[in-house]
Design a protein around this ligand. Structure first.
Ligand code: G6P
Length: 366
C-alpha cells in the first residue's frame, strides 16, 4: 500500500532508488574472491569446465549477454547465451564440460526451468543459478547458486533484480578467472574495491533524475525510439529499449551502433529519438562517427556520456554526463538512467507503470 511506497509514486521508482542498498547487500562484505561463494564444491566444478552456457528469459537474458563480455575478457572462458525458450526446443551439441548458468529473478520461470532440465538430460551436470529467491525451484534444481539480495521486486518491469544479477555475475567472472589462474592478487583487489564503491556510484547516478525527467517529457510524444550501445553496453541498450517498450508502450529497438548502416539508419528522421550509451572506452571514436551518421539524417541524439568523453551538447544532440567512468563495471551504472528514462516517460504518458498491460511478473506457464 501507500505506506510502503514512502516518497515514491510507484514500486518501480522505489525499486530503482533501492539499488544502492540492493547491490550493496548482494555483494555483502566480500573481502576475498573464492569459488565457495557459489556453494560447496564450486572449486571442483569450475576447475572441470571449459565453457559456459547461460540460459535465461527477458531482462535476465540481457544480464547474461552482459556477463558474456566479462567472462570472455576477464576469465577467458568461451560463453554462449541463449534464450531459454529457444534452447529447450532446438538440437544443440552438448558438452559435459559446460557450466550451465541460469539467471532468474523469481527462480520459477517455466521456460528457464525447462531449459535447465533439457541441459541436464543432455548430460550436463555442472549447474549454477543466479537467483533472487533462495527457496525457489531453480535454486533446488541447481548444484550451485548465488542468491542476489534485491529483496522482493513488485514492479513487473525488472530493475533492482537486473543490477543485482549483474553484480552476482561479475563475482562469478572473478571466481572463474581465479580458478583458471587469470586473476592476479592486484586485479582482485582493484575489482573488489570497485565493487565496494558501487552503491555510492549508483547513488550519484540516481541524482541525475531531474535531468532525465526533462528528457522524458520530450519522449512521451514519440512512438518510436532507437537505443545504441557498443560492446558490453549493447546488452544495456537492449535492456533500455525493453524497459521503455514494456511500460510506456513506445516501440523501441536497440542496435549495436556499428550495425546502424545495415538497416536501422533507414528509420532515422527528426521524429525518432536516438538514445546513445557513450562510455569512455576503446570504441568511443567509432561511436562518435555512428552518432554523426544519425545527426546527418536529422536524428535527435540523447547521449549518456561518461564524464571523461568530452562529448558536449549541440543542436540535435542532448547530453547527460555520467558522474564517473566505471571501467568493466560501467554497464551497471549505465543501466540506471535508462530505467529512469523509461519510468518517467511512462509516467508522462499516464500508463500503469507497475502493471503494464499483457505482462506478468513471473511467467510460470509456457
Ligand atoms: C517476465 C518479467 C520480466 C523478467 C522475465 C524473466 O517476463 O516480466 O521482468 O525479466 O519474466 O523472469 P525471471 O524471474 O526468470 O528473471
Amino acid at each position: 500500500g501507500a505506506a510502503e511506497l514512502g516518497p515514491y509514486r510507484h514500486y518501480m521508482q522505489k525499486e530503482i532508488f533501492e539499488q544502492p542498498r540492493a547491490v550493496g547487500d548482494t555483494l555483502q562484505d566480500i573481502q576475498t574472491i573464492t569459488p565457495e561463494l557459489f556453494g560447496d564444491g564450486a572449486y571442483k566444478v569450475f576447475n572441470d569446465i571449459d565453457n559456459v552456457l547461460i540460459l535465461a528469459c527477458g531482462t535476465s537474458y540481457y544480464a547474461g549477454l552482459t556477463a558474456r563480455y566479462w567472462i570472455e575478457s576477464i576469465a577467458k572462458i568461451p560463453v554462449n547465451v541463449e534464450i531459454a525458450s529457444e534452447y529447450r526446443y532446438r538440437d544443440s551439441v552438448p558438452n559435459p564440460r559446460t557450466l550451465v548458468v541460469t539467471i532468474t529473478q523469481s527462480g520459477e520461470t517455466a521456460d528457464t526451468l525447462a531449459a535447465l532440465k533439457h541441459a541436464q538430460r543432455l548430460g550436463m551436470t555442472h549447474t549454477l543459478t543466479i537467483c533472487n529467491v533462495s527457496t525457489s525451484a531453480m535454486v533446488r534444481e541447481c548444484k550451485l547458486a548465488y542468491i542476489t539480495r534485491a529483496g522482493v521486486e513488485i514492479g513487473v518491469a525488472s530493475t533492482k533484480a537486473f543490477t543485482t544479477q549483474l553484480a552476482g555475475l561479475f563475482l562469478l567472472t572473478l571466481a572463474l578467472a581465479q580458478v583458471k589462474g587469470r586473476l592476479t592478487d592486484a586485479q582482485e583487489a582493484d575489482y573488489l574495491k570497485a565493487l565496494r564503491h558501487l552503491p555510492v556510484a549508483i547513488s550519484a547516478v540516481l541524482a541525475l533524475e531531474p535531468q532525465i525527467m526533462a528528457w522524458a517529457d520530450r519522449f512521451a510524444s514519440k512512438e518510436n525510439a532507437l537505443f545504441l550501445g557498443r560492446g558490453m553496453h549493447y546488452p544495456i541498450a537492449l535492456e533500455g529499449a525493453l524497459k521503455l517498450k514494456e511500460i510506456s508502450y513506445i516501440h523501441a529497438e536497440a542496435y549495436p551502433a556499428g550495425e546502424l548502416k545495415h538497416g536501422p539508419l533507414a528509420l532515422v528522421t527528426d521524429q525518432i529519438p536516438v538514445v546513445t550509451i557513450a562510455p569512455r572506452d576503446e570504441l568511443l571514436e567509432k561511436l562518435k562517427s555512428n552518432m554523426q551518421e544519425v545527426r546527418a539524417r536529422g536524428g535527435e541524439l540523447y547521449v549518456f556520456a561518461d564524464a571523461d568523453t568530452k562529448i558536449v551538447g549541440s543542436p540535435g544532440m542532448h547530453v547527460i554526463r555520467m558522474p564517473e567512468n566505471y571501467g568493466k563495471l560501467s554497464p551497471i551504472l549505465h543501466t540506471i538512467p535508462l530505467q529512469l528514462l523509461a519510468y518517467h516517460t511512462a509516467c508522462a504518458r499516464g500508463t500503469d507503470v507497475d502493471k503494464p498491460r499483457n505482462l506478468a511478473k513471473s511467467v510460470t506457464v509456457e
